[in-house]
Design a protein around this ligand. Structure first.
Ligand SMILES: Cc1ncc(COP(=O)(O)O)c(C=O)c1O
Length: 365
């Protein structure tokens, strides 16, 4: 008998998504729950994006523009890169998978920091590759150790900046040094899903680093700052050569009509973007202060989410918070069992979170 699956598939576990609000409410028969578990935008989608979707709905009998022309033009204008260096995806998740499918041969290695975004390893192992994980150093990606983990079998290195789940950033100088030192035949996927939340001017930004390594692939998303997670739309920058190869492999209509229209409009929505950044900054300030008053440790972040060290186990706190109608993320699958991760929400959501956590901690004693 032939083996049913490809090598390595049996050992994989499904990605643990944040629990949907509807599911929790159905299970517990409650209403008015809140979710701070998936680093989403608490303000909803960009209003300009919603308007663009409504305009486009009547064209849904037609296939999408497979070249993503208007969205790529807008991105090209905004970032000063030719369209041939831009690719659009069904979320940046799809582009992670596309890079793996295009470049990684079965048996080849990829390198990542750990803990980091779980999807890199899932895609690599699902494609028959091997993932080498390099521990973080003090919650930060250790670029020196990553360089040392690269072998002649390494094909792709994944760097998440800022890193999910720790919220740490790498500086421009550190990344430049790293990129200049690694073999010219290793692809670097620099995932910048949360880069728009970073205010630190010294932080690495992929767009400025394209000249430092010929095989750099920079990923961005509309899921976070622009509030379009449910629509699935992301994009990437790389050399014309890398983009050309990935375009040969990608599905012709990978980004749907509504997503393309919404994303194009969202890029104009600077008012919404600023409002989001302000809300996150204020929310983090309140959350940090409240946690300090409660004597809890947390990991300061550069993004819209952060880690909190909790008494007992993160999983137990997660379960007890669910019963309070508050969805947080337990960090077991990230090998951080004493932590939970939350994103900053609306003011009332942050207050509700702190109130529920206080109650859960008292009940735990
Ligand atoms: C680090 C990181 N990269 C990529 C993504 C996926 O983004 P998208 O919604 O564009 O697929 C996420 C989503 O949580 C993320 O945390």
């Amino acid at each position: 008998m032939k083996k049913l699956t490809r090598e390595g598939i049996e050992e994989l576990v499904p990605y643990p998504p944040g629990k949907p609000i509807e599911e929790l409410e159905r299970e517990l028969g409650i209403s008015g729950s809140i979710k701070l578990a998936s680093n989403e935008n608490p303000l909803g989608p960009s209003p300009l994006a919603v308007e663009a979707i409504l305009q486009k709905v009547k064209t849904l009998n037609r296939y999408p523009d497979g070249s993503g022309y208007y969205l790529k033009s807008k991105l090209s204008e905004k970032y000063g890169l030719p369209q041939e260096q831009i690719i659009i995806g069904n979320g940046s998740n799809e582009l992670i998978e596309l890079a793996v499918r295009t470049f990684l041969c079965p048996g080849e290695e990829a390198v990542q920091a750990f803990p980091t975004f779980l999807v890199y390893e899932k895609m690599v192992r699902g494609a028959g590759g091997r993932m080498i994980s390099v521990p973080l150093s003090g919650f930060k990606i250790d670029l020196k150790a990553i360089s040392q983990a690269i072998t002649p079998d390494t094909k792709i290195v994944f760097i998440n900046n800022p890193n999910n789940p720790t919220g740490s950033i790498l500086s421009r100088d550190e990344m430049r040094l790293f990129l200049r030192g690694i073999p010219r035949d290793v692809i670097v996927v620099l995932d910048e899903a949360y880069i728009e939340f970073v205010s630190d001017e010294t932080a690495a930004r992929g767009l400025e680093l394209l000249g430092d390594h010929p095989l750099l692939f920079v990923l961005r998303t509309f899921s976070k700052l622009y509030g379009l997670a449910g629509l699935r739309i992301g994009y990437g920058f790389a050399s014309k050569e890398l983009i050309d190869y990935m375009n040969r492999v990608r599905q012709p209509f990978n980004a749907n009509t509504l997503a393309q229209a919404a994303a194009t409009a969202a890029l104009e929505d600077t008012e919404f973007a600023s409002r989001t950044l302000r809300l996150i900054r204020e929310g983090l300030g309140y959350l940090y202060k409240s946690l300090e008053e409660m004597g809890l440790e947390y990991v300061p972040t550069n993004t819209n989410f952060f880690l909190i060290k909790v008494p007992g186990s993160g999983k137990e706190i997660y379960k007890r918070m669910l019963r309070q109608g508050v969805i947080v993320r337990s960090m077991d699958s990230y090998d951080l069992p004493e932590y939970i991760r939350i994103n900053a929400g609306l003011k009332e959501e942050n207050e509700r979170f702190i109130g529920a956590l206080k109650k859960v901690l008292v009940d735990l004693k």
